[in-house]
Ligand binder design. Structure first.
Ligand code: 6PG
Length: 469
């Protein structure tokens, strides 16, 4: 990633000093990939800092966590007032909040930037989400916007906000990435196990989907994965162990949603699905113990069901992005950040892993109404989800009857039904809380007044104090 970003900066006529703790890696880089470029090598941090123009702009691409703090600790004594440190890794946003404060106290400017798009993105145009010390932006804007991906000529990079806002937005991007991937995996599962499609047939389906509303990088690579054959001529996909890995950004998104009380259910299910997949030995044992429904033969129209899956995926995706933006809105409110949601959609429109045509529609929705409270209430998305509803319900119910798990499709539909309900059964929940714990409830016609009822006649009339978590 680091090397590719350097090469990308060099392509855009910026002179970059490359450094790696393992100095031989710098030498190799200069002798190979960077040969004939203007890239300068450094043999130590001191050497690197001495070769930089002021204010110095130092970008770190190291593993999130302790390694970032360790590098900062070594760098700080070498820097001067107004110099800039940029962390381009997937750091946890609260770490970035802390580092911003610590470095501001030392008169240094700290930037935490989301960088998305993998190695190819870094080389030819990533999506960049910088946030932190705003005074740093004029000094890095030109570099960042030049090397970033472009969407209709506009850079997929803009200043996100203060403190860890850039890393927070990148974290939500990754959570949404988990959701998109899970939805695609569920579509694959349904096509494979209910419809019995071959990989070639599925490749064709993903290819078709990629020409419409679902046009995106993740659908495109899924098509190519379906077609990919190993050296023995057999499909590679079938040989891959079904246990998903994860580095933590999806989990952090789910944790943040619990912390801020935002029902980001789809990303949560996507993370749990990875956890369930990782219990492979247990699942293999359980598969011989727990029987599902008797094998059903699919009797409907295959072509029509494939299109229903497409619509279920599209509707669930709308819910997932609506939830992701709900989380960003609530967090921004809590932390006093001003986020530009249309700008965030533009940053994700190109270069990053979730890049898609769909993000162009999200950008338009927030441009039309920057105060849009929920994506589901935008006219375009409202109409789209209404159109897909019958197909979506058919897919979820068919999956349930066939015993195929579709946690992301199902939770999206449950959220949709909950969100559009003027009345939910939480009245009973409040009654239960008050019954066993005197936790009090409000009456519909007396909001703000907390009442306790002595439900049993022997529970007493003393209520517990109210507080909300
Ligand atoms: C990106 C990706 C990247 C992330 C990988 C792996 O935007 O380029 O989000 O930052 O590290 O997707 O993530 P997991 O290992 O958690 O799946």
């Amino acid at each position: 990633m680091g090397q590719n970003l350097i090469l990308n900066m060099n392509d855009h006529k910026f002179t970059v000093v490359a450094f790696n703790r393992t100095v031989s890696k710098v030498e190799q880089f200069l002798a190979n990939e960077a040969k004939g470029t203007n890239i300068i090598g450094a043999t130590s941090l001191e050497d690197m800092v001495s070769k930089l123009k002021k204010p110095r702009r130092v970008m770190l691409l190291v593993k999130a966590g302790q390694a970032v703090d360790a590098f900062i600790e070594k760098l700080v004594p070498l820097l001067e007032k107004g110099d800039i440190i940029i962390d381009g890794g997937n750091s946890e946003y609260r770490d970035t909040n802390r580092r911003c404060k610590e470095l501001a106290a030392k008169n240094l400017l700290y930037v935490g930037s989301g960088v998305s798009g993998g190695e190819d993105g870094a080389r030819y145009g990533p999506s960049l989400m910088p946030g932190g010390a705003g005074e740093a932006w004029p000094f890095i804007k030109d570099i960042f916007q030049s090397i970033s991906a472009k969407s209709n000529g506009e850079p997929c990079c803009d200043w996100v906000g203060p403190e860890g806002a850039g890393h927070f937005v990148k974290m939500v991007h990754n959570g949404i990435e988990y959701g998109d991937m899970q939805l695609i995996c569920e579509s694959y599962h349904l096509m494979k196990d209910i419809l019995g499609l071959s990989q070639d047939e599925m490749a064709q389906v993903f290819d078709d989907w990629n020409k419409g509303d679902l046009d995106s990088f993740l659908i495109e690579i899924t098509r190519d994965i379906m077609k990919f054959k190993d050296s023995d001529g057999k499909y590679l996909l079938e040989k891959i162990r079904d246990t998903a890995g994860q580095k933590g950004t999806g989990k952090w998104t789910a944790i943040a949603s619990l912390e801020y009380g935002v029902p980001v259910t789809l990303i949560g299910e996507a993370v749990f699905s990875r956890c369930l997949s990782a219990l492979q030995a247990e699942r293999v044992h359980a598969s011989s113990q727990l029987k599902g429904p008797d094998a059903l033969k699919f009797k409907g129209d295959k072509k029509q069901f494939i299109d229903n899956i497409r619509q279920a995926l599209y509707a669930s995706k709308i819910v997932s992005y609506a939830q992701g933006f709900m989380l960003m809105r609530e967090t921004a409110k809590e932390l006093g950040w001003k986020l530009n949601f249309g700008g965030i959609a533009l940053m994700w429109r190109g270069g990053c892993i979730i890049r898609s045509r769909f993000l162009g529609n999200i950008k338009q929705a927030f441009e039309k109404n920057p105060d849009l409270s929920n994506l589901l209430l935008d006219d375009f998305f409202k109409a789209e989800i209404q159109k897909s509803q019958a197909a979506w319900r058919n897919v979820v119910s068919t999956a349930v009857l066939h015993g195929i798990p579709t946690p992301a499709f199902s939770t999206a539909l449950a959220f949709f039904d909950g969100y559009r309900s003027a009345r939910l059964p939480a009245n009973l929940l409040q009654a239960q809380r008050d019954y066993f714990g005197a936790h009090t409830y409000e009456l519909l016609d007396k909001p703000g007044e907390f009442i306790h009822t002595n439900w049993t006649g022997h529970g007493g009339n003393v209520s517990s104090s109210t507080y909300s978590a």
